[in-house]
Each structure stands twice: as structure tokens, then as C-alpha cells.
Design a protein around this ligand. Structure first.
Ligand SMILES: *Cc1c(COP(=O)(O)O)cnc(C)c1O
Length: 386
């Protein structure tokens, strides 16, 4: 299906709402029933009719159709955060005594769930370097139920060969889940590579304006129905109609935003790589990226998020550089219109900062919708303080 059709037309029926171009925010908690029979059917399957907006809602329904189609998946669920999409996908598929294999350094709240919450229910997790398929083979136990992936990983962008991991998991009857926030379905298609469940923080590129927190999960209908009934309805973790509408609005411009950011990123990386104060740039499409071959095979693009290693000898120098930037905001998250910087040093106490540890000199950068030259000039002046 063409992306233009998905983003501009799919799931929308203007004759239902006064021929309005923009779909309405159906800001209603509950829906009226004309017969006992209809009501009984809705009780039996809450995803079959509009009953109550914790489950199904017309505005959210439009978004579900578009997100499922973007991923080439049978169905999509939309959550009130990426974290709740992660939580629901995992919790629906493990029971007491089960085991999970996860890539190293998954998104921080996935990590906390694996380390702090699931052990209380006797669910254990083994972390592996996901860049090698042998590591998955070695870590799988008879009670492994889930392989949890994040591709590319946060900060240093390690990748997994999704097709190979999916094949291995299928042989062993294990469910695969991947966090695809970095790439979006425009640049990586996990479902077509055989992954069972693909999730994203819709807060990032899908929303695109830094004004909404949301998450999406796609996959086969039967798997998602189980998650809808056991997790989304029970936890009340579905998105609200207004936030669903904001994501719908963000989706309209997703391809042009990514195209623009791709060009900006190329230009800014070109500048950074030639700057004497930058030791190296970590980015999946950089020629020095260790998995460049896999990146070229599996991703149709990468943009916006990259990591720089600064040549800096003190915590103070990194802080001074960071706050000399006029157009990069110091904030978490990414995927919006505004460029951001998040140095590792910000999370390290000055007395424990050690410049011989490369990680301490790393800074994650996100390039937003500003012009490349505007950002380069800013970086140029700020780097002079290092
Ligand atoms: C932000 C993020 C999440 C969590 O999403 P929220 O919408 O903030 O809950 C998960 N994975 C990755 C890679 C992220 O960047």
C-alpha cells in the first residue's frame, strides 16, 4: 500500500463527520446501544464495537488502521506511552518461571521492568550483545519465551539481524519483540522480516512536535487481541482520543520531516567529522560504523539521532560547550522539531568524570527541523570553547 494513501486517506470516512477534512476528536467516554443484542456482542468482544473509550474509540481507530498499514501488520494498538507498549507486549507473553533474552542496554524503562519488576514474579532476563546471532543461540534456555530487541539500540546504535533472529526464534517457539522507535516503519520493517511484535515510542518521530507522549505496537491480529484484552483494557494504558488526534496530525508530515532531517544529518555529520574537537561520530550510515553492511541491508534510511565523542578533558568543559549552544536544547527525548543535545556527562557527578573513559565524553545529538547551516554555525561557535 502506498504511504501517501495510508497517511492521507486510509481509515478516514469524511461522510461520517460533516465532510470535515480533519477527523474529529471523539471526546466521549461511552457510546449508546440501541438493542440488548448489540450491547451483549460488545461485552463479548470490546474490540468489535464502540462501547467505552478505554478500549475502542473512533479517533483512535483511524490511527490504528494507519499504523498497522505503515508496518505491514495485521493490526495495531496505540498506548498512552511507548513504555506502556513495551510493558504490555512483554507482560502478555510471560508467566512465572519464564525467561527473557534481551539485547544489552535496552531502553531504560524496559531495563527497569526486566530488572526490578519481573524478578518479583520469577521472570528472569539474560542480556546479550545482539550484534552476533551466536549470542542469542547461547542464551536461549528451555523456558525462554521472549527475545527482546532494540534495533538500532539507543546511544551507540548496535543493530541485530532481525531476519536471522526471527528465524531462530521461530524454530524454538519464542516470541520476538523489537523496539523500532529509531527507524520508524519508513526506514525499517520488522514485521516483514518475521518479527512478531514491533513497537515504537510515537512520542518521537510519529508525533514529531514534542507535544504528545504515546506508543504503538503492531503484529498479528490474534497476538494483539490478547494484548488488547489482557493488558490494554485491564491496565487502562490506551491512548486518549485527543492524543491520538495529535499523532494523526503528526503522521501527515512524517515522510517530509524525515526527508528533511536526513539531508540535515548528512550535512551536519560532514561538518562534525572534520572538526578537530570531535574524536568520532557514531551513526548507523557512517562508513566507520561497525555494522554498516547490516545497516545498508536492513535500513532504508537513518536520520536525526547520532552520538559524538568530544575531545574534552573535563566535565566543566563539556558543560560549557553544551550551554554555549544556542539552538540545541538540553533535554531528553527526540523526534520533534527542535534540535537537542544530551551529553553523558550530564548524568555523571563531576568528581567521577574520567576523560579516559570514552563514554564519559559522548553526547547524543538530535537534529530537528532547523536548517543545516543554522545548526552548523551554532556547533562551530560552541566548539571553540572546548
Ligand atoms: C522514548 C523511547 C521509548 C519510550 O517511549 P515513551 O513514549 O517515552 O514512553 C522507548 N524506546 C525508545 C528507543 C525511546 O527512545
Amino acid at each position: 500500500m502506498e504511504i501517501s494513501h495510508i497517511l492521507n486517506e486510509l481509515g478516514e470516512d469524511r461522510s461520517l463527520y460533516f465532510n470535515a477534512v480533519s477527523p474529529p476528536i471523539v471526546q466521549s467516554s461511552n457510546f449508546v446501544f440501541d438493542t440488548f443484542e448489540d450491547l451483549r456482542k460488545a461485552f463479548e468482544d470490546e474490540d468489535s464495537a464502540y462501547l467505552y473509550s478505554r478500549g475502542k474509540n473512533p479517533t483512535i481507530e483511524i490511527l490504528r488502521k494507519k499504523l498497522a498499514a505503515l508496518d505491514g501488520a495485521e493490526d495495531a494498538l496505540v498506548f498512552n506511552s511507548g513504555a506502556s507498549a513495551i510493558f504490555a507486549s512483554v507482560l502478555a507473553n510471560v508467566g512465572a518461571g519464564d525467561h527473557i533474552v534481551s539485547v544489552d542496554k535496552p531502553y531504560s524503562w524496559a531495563w527497569r521492568m526486566f530488572d526490578n519488576m519481573l524478578p518479583r514474579f520469577n521472570v528472569t532476563t539474560t542480556y546479550i550483545d545482539g550484534t552476533r546471532i551466536e549470542n542469542f543461540e547461547k542464551a536461549i534456555l528451555p523456558n525462554t519465551r521472549i527475545i527482546y530487541l532494540e534495533c538500532p539500540n539507543s546511544n551507540t546504535f548496535e543493530m541485530q539481524d532481525l531476519e536471522a533472529v526471527a528465524r531462530l526464534a521461530k524454530e524454538r517457539g519464542i516470541i520476538t519483540i523489537v523496539d523500532n522507535s529509531y527507524s520508524t516503519p519508513l526506514h525499517q520493517k520488522p514485521i516483514s522480516l518475521g518479527i512478531d511484535l514491533s513497537l515504537q515510542s510515537a512520542t518521537k518521530y510519529l508525533g514529531g512536535h514534542s507535544d504528545t507522549v504515546a506508543g504503538v505496537l503492531t503484529g498479528k491480529k490474534d497476538m494483539l487481541q490478547k494484548i488488547f484484552n489482557e493488558q490494554l483494557l485491564n491496565n487502562g494504558s490506551g491512548i486518549s482520543p485527543f492524543n491520538a488526534w495529535l499523532i494523526l496530525r503528526g503522521l501527515r508530515t512524517l515522510p517530509v520531516r524525515l526527508q528533511h532531517i536526513t539531508k540535515t544529518t548528512e550535512k551536519v555529520i560532514g561538518f562534525l567529522k572534520n572538526h578537530p574537537k570531535i574524536e568520532r561520530v557514531i551513526f548507523p550510515f557512517d562508513e566507520n560504523f561497525p555494522q554498516i553492511e547490516l545497516a545498508r541491508k536492513q535500513l532504508s534510511g537513518a536520520c536525526g539521532l547520532l552520538t559524538i565523542v568530544l575531545k574534552a578533558d573535563s566535565h566543566e568543559a563539556i558543560e560549557r560547550f553544551t550551554y554555549s549552544l544556542k539552538h540545541f536544547l538540553v533535554a531528553v527525548s527526540w523526534g520533534g522539531h527542535e534540535s537537542l543535545i544530551l551529553p553523558q556527562a550530564a548524568g555523571i557527578a563531576p568528581e567521577t568524570f574520567d576523560p579516559t573513559i570514552e563514554k564519559h565524553r559522548m553526547a547524543r545529538m538530535y537534529l530537528g527541523l532547523e536548517d543545516a547551516d543554522y545548526l552548523i554555525q551554532d556547533l562551530e561557535q560552541a566548539l571553540t570553547v572546548l
